[in-house]
Design a protein around this ligand. Structure first.
Ligand code: F6R
Length: 366
């Protein structure tokens, strides 16, 4: 049932190009326009009442929400907040009938996400959920359900659910951008084209697996790993860090690169590994300065950049390149080397990858 792979996690990592294609094809028409699946009923009139979007989730799904905020605000020009479900529920948030509440959940059964959603409903919000499991509780209680087409995700560590959640964020951003007349026809078409090209590029990223495995076999015994980035790279940093800690039990930490010098850089030591995500063209020079700061403390730097930015090699111990795409779309590519790194480190350490200690696939208690 693992289709020839050693673990479900690896199988699911490799299923991502297909899962992304499925999620796109369910929600794009033949003219390359977003045409959301019929379980999303939100109309232009409904949308006109909305003055703010609140995205709530836990764990990996929350990390997808962080990218969602970035792209929805950028493309659709609507204020977006993102919160962790267990925080949102207990903070008496500003939510009313002019709020669109978006819950993101692979399982659709996460207790905190469900309760946060019920709280938003009580306050009058319209609730749209991004869910993988058909007929789950979150799906049943939502006004609109946007299904990720990831297929069943068995490994506890989420991979293809995350990337399909990202695809839903991009599709929602385009859908809202169109309703809000915030994007030109040309930008819209261009974005859709780049989105459709992603799964092919992801297939190229997967070819890095042997190199990442070799790196993991060399570095698996290090006990401190940092993930740094700016813009959407900071959101991907959180996800990469979570993947590593949950399956390899290595103490890892993610931080927005600009925050390093406000305290965390004190932790840098020669055996520290730093994954420096530098895929954002707009912020590339800023990231290079941050990399120099940590390099000066003799940390071991593994950089990730878009093809062509080879000047980063002068400041890094290793560099992996992702195919070129829009800054907003890089998370779909850049998360994959981080998933593979976590996987191969855990494998080198002999960990139980598909069922890590202390974790359950669906967290139905708060
Ligand atoms: C991490 C992971 C968890 C889940 C979180 C939310 O790999 O899988 O962080 O993302 O428990 O679960 P769902 O998406 O089912 O609500």
């Amino acid at each position: 049932e693992k289709g020839g792979y050693d673990h479900f996690m690896l199988k699911e990592i490799y299923e991502q190009p297909t899962a992304i294609r499925e999620t796109l094809s369910r929600n794009l028409d033949d003219n390359g326009r977003v045409h959301l699946q019929e379980t999303v009923q939100l109309t232009k009139e409904d949308f006109e009442k909305i003055n703010k979007i609140v995205i709530v989730a836990c764990g990996t799904a929350y990390h997808a929400g962080l990218v969602g905020r970035y792209v929805i605000e950028k493309l659709a020009r609507i204020p977006v907040e993102v919160d962790i479900a267990s925080e949102f529920r207990y903070r008496d948030p500003f939510v009313d009938e002019h709020t669109l509440f978006i819950a993101i959940s692979q399982s659709g059964e996460t207790a905190d996400t469900l309760e946060a959603m019920r709280e938003a409903k009580r306050k009058g919000a319209r609730v749209l959920s991004v869910v993988n499991v058909v007929g789950s509780t979150v799906a049943r209680e939502s006004d609109d359900v946007f299904y990720t087409q990831a297929g069943p995700e068995i490994a506890v560590a989420s991979t293809k659910a995350y990337t399909t959640q990202l695809v839903c964020m991009y599709l929602l951003a385009l859908f809202f951008a169109d309703l809000n007349v915030a994007i030109s026809a040309e930008e819209y078409d261009n974005f859709v084209q780049d989105l459709e090209a992603i799964s092919g590029k992801l297939e190229d990223v997967l070819k890095m697996a042997p190199e990442i495995e070799a790196l993991a076999n060399r570095l698996y015994d290090r006990d401190q790993v940092f993930y740094i980035g700016r813009g959407v790279d900071s959101s991907v940093a959180y996800e990469g860090s979570l993947k590593l800690k949950e399956i390899s039990y290595i103490n890892s930490f993610a931080i927005a690169a600009g925050e390093l010098k406000h305290g965390t850089i004190a932790l840098m030591e020669p055996r520290t590994i730093v994954w420096a995500l530098a895929t954002q063209e707009r912020l590339f020079d800023k990231m290079v300065s941050n990399i120099q700061e940590v390099k000066a403390r003799n940390a071991h730097i593994i950089s990730l950049a878009q093809e062509g930015n080879s000047e980063i090699e002068a400041h890094s111990d290793e560099v992996f390149y992702i195919p070129r795409t829009k800054d907003e779309l890089t998370p779909l590519l850049s998360v994959v080397p981080l998933q593979l790194y976590a996987y191969y480190v855990a494998k080198a350490k002999g960990c139980e990858i598909d069922k890590p200690r202390n974790l359950a696939k669906s967290v139905t208690v708060e």
